[in-house]
Design a protein around this ligand. Structure first.
Ligand SMILES: Cc1cc2nc3c(=O)[nH]c(=O)nc-3n(C[C@H](O)[C@H](O)[C@H](O)COP(=O)(O)OP(=O)(O)OC[C@H]3O[C@@H](n4cnc5c(N)ncnc54)[C@H](O)[C@@H]3O)c2cc1C
Ligand code: FES
Length: 494
């Protein structure tokens, strides 16, 4: 076996297909279904407009780095377009303009700085226009980025999976990977046995093979999305983003912004879905999902002709401290590679991973390798690095707090809460039949205490974003095993 890839999201499957088509033998292992992770929740803007903007990218990575970032994301959109065309465009790839605007009252000079920086990065066709092409909402001056794109993400990933199998690759779903041991070959401990491969790619969104090296350089944020029905044609088809600076996160410097696009509704010619995202906060550090959805809905209704709200969901993005993903050889390893740190541009970063890792694993250098190197030291992002890690350290104070409630008495069906029992902190959940389930509340990654997410009904860790489903099964790394059982010796009450 040449390459074993862990994770069947956009990053894992793109990498698998690129390698298989280059003559490598590839298998993909995933503990869920294909695209059951964040790729299922994405809003799938395909954009070379990066969340922290070119003005900041140039400061962090220099003029050459900023130029390579623009070139690599532009190339990724083109690669997705080419793949979609090969798959018969069942995923509805389309090219669109993107508009970046400032929120009311904000200084529009940020747009001038961004225009100059984007052009220096090679995006020479970006222009400043008086407003976005929206009849119901005057955005004021904004930047128009041509040649962006969008897709139906699940149909696109289904195309990747089908093409991989056709090329001879194999995908094993429902296969949890519990350990990865670097070497020649690399040994992967999976449900059902050990896999030996010349190279391994950990494409689990948040790496499950790393304790510190990468997780101190990125942070997990939850983001919220609504799907609103609008009359077809009432909103111009484009991508829209604002530069909103509302400090929605608790205790961290990242700000919440809005991202908007349209999608067709199959079988409904007269109606389209307006997909609006925002309200981000650090995972496990806010417990007000309903308020965030309400604010998102108000923001949307004030600007767009909404008929009704059809969908609400949330998901997780991994924000790297210097705004770009970590793609390449895992720090300290010889034959293990990672793709993580999507920074909200995971569809393009996942595609960049496919192109870059395929070259590196086959022993070829690549001009993007240094920019995305997971071992890079984010000197320019020292402030963000320190803020994020001080924020993590502060979470350990939860150990001395009393817990959400004294006992599980009064815990309603479908509800979870943290209890304190002696020195133990317990994650208690009462299921629909009234049965109480208890696990230790101590995250298996580095020992922070998880908290209850009442919208997703999961236990979320405020330190590095590990998440566990209501009964304690791990669903997001860096943790890679379930919440431990409650230690014996202290009788259960409730
Ligand atoms: C709400 C939302 C909106 C977004 N909008 C955009 C956007 O508009 N544009 C954009 O570019 N990006 C966007 N992103 C980011 C982008 O969607 C993600 O970065 C991307 O989908 C992640 O893909 P992935 O392959 O890295 O991870 P995933 O899709 O999460 O795949 C990882 C896989 O690894 C598997 N796995 C994990 N641990 C193990 C294990 N131990 N053993 C076996 N398998 C394991 C999981 O089951 C999962 O299937 C958005 C994200 C969210 C949540
Ligand atoms: S995710 Fe790191 S301690 Fe929980």
């Amino acid at each position: 076996m040449d390459v074993c890839i862990i994770g069947a999201g956009i990053a894992g499957l793109t990498t698998a297909l690129e390698l298989q088509r280059s003559g490598q033998s590839v298998i993909v292992l995933d503990d869920g279904p294909v695209a059951g992770g964040e790729t299922e929740r994405t809003t799938a803007h395909l954009s070379s407009v990066l969340g922290d903007r070119y003005d900041e990218l140039e400061r962090l990575h220099g003029a050459d780095g900023s130029r390579l970032a623009a070139a690599s994301h532009t190339a990724a959109i083109a690669r997705i377009e080419a793949m979609a065309t090969q798959f018969g465009n069942r995923c509805g790839f389309e090219r669109l303009d993107g508009y970046l605007f400032v929120p009311p009252g904000a200084d529009p000079s940020v747009l001038d700085r961004e225009l100059a920086a984007a052009r220096r990065a090679g995006l020479t066709r970006v222009e400043r226009v008086p407003r976005a092409p929206l009849a119901t909402f005057d955005t004021g001056p904004c930047l128009k980025f041509p040649e962006q794109g969008q897709i139906h993400p699940l149909r696109y990933v289904a195309g990747l999976a089908a093409a991989l199998k056709k090329a001879g690759g194999e995908i094993f779903t429902g296969t949890h990977v519990s350990a990865i041991e670097d070497g020649a070959p690399v040994r992967v401990q999976a449900a059902g046995g050990t896999v030996r491969a010349r190279a391994v790619v950990v494409a689990t969104n948040s790496p499950v093979n790393d304790l510190f090296a990468i997780h101190t350089k990125q942070a997990a944020y939850r983001t919220y999305v609504i799907g609103a029905r609008v009359r077809a044609g009432s909103v111009a088809r484009a991508l829209y983003w604002d530069t909103c600076e509302e400090p929605e996160s608790q205790g961290a410097s990242r700000s919440a912004y809005h991202y908007v696009r349209l999608a067709r509704i199959p079988g409904s010619a007269g109606t389209e879905l307006l997909i609006v995202g925002g309200g981000d906060h650090k995972t496990g550090q806010a417990h007000d999902a309903e308020d965030r959805f309400a604010r998102l809905e108000t923001w949307t209704r004030e600007r767009f002709p909404v008929a009704s709200i059809a969908h609400r969901w949330s998901g997780q993005v991994m924000e790297s401290v210097d705004s770009l993903a970590f793609i390449g050889r895992n720090p300290g390893n010889r034959n293990v590679y990672v793709a993580t740190g999507d920074s909200g541009n995971g569809m393009t970063h996942g595609t960049i991973a496919g192109i870059l890792l395929s070259a590196l694993i086959q022993g070829r250098d690549h001009e993007w390798a240094k920019l995305y190197d997971p071992s890079r030291v984010p000197f320019g992002a020292a402030v963000a690095f320190t803020e994020e890690n001080v924020n993590v350290a502060a979470q350990y104070a939860d150990w001395v707090t009393p817990g959400d409630r004294k006992s599980a008495r009064g815990l309603r069906r479908g509800q979870g809460a943290i209890l304190r029992r002696g020195v133990q902190k317990i994650a208690a959940y009462r299921d629909g039949a009234g049965v109480l389930h208890e696990r230790s509340a101590v995250c298996v990654h580095l020992g922070c205490l998880v908290g209850w997410n009442s919208f997703e009904k999961t236990w979320d860790c405020p330190c590095h974003g590990s998440r566990y489903e209501r009964l304690g099964r791990v669903v997001n790394g860096p943790a890679n095993s379930d919440l431990p059982p409650v230690e014996a010796g202290d009788p259960k009450k409730g």
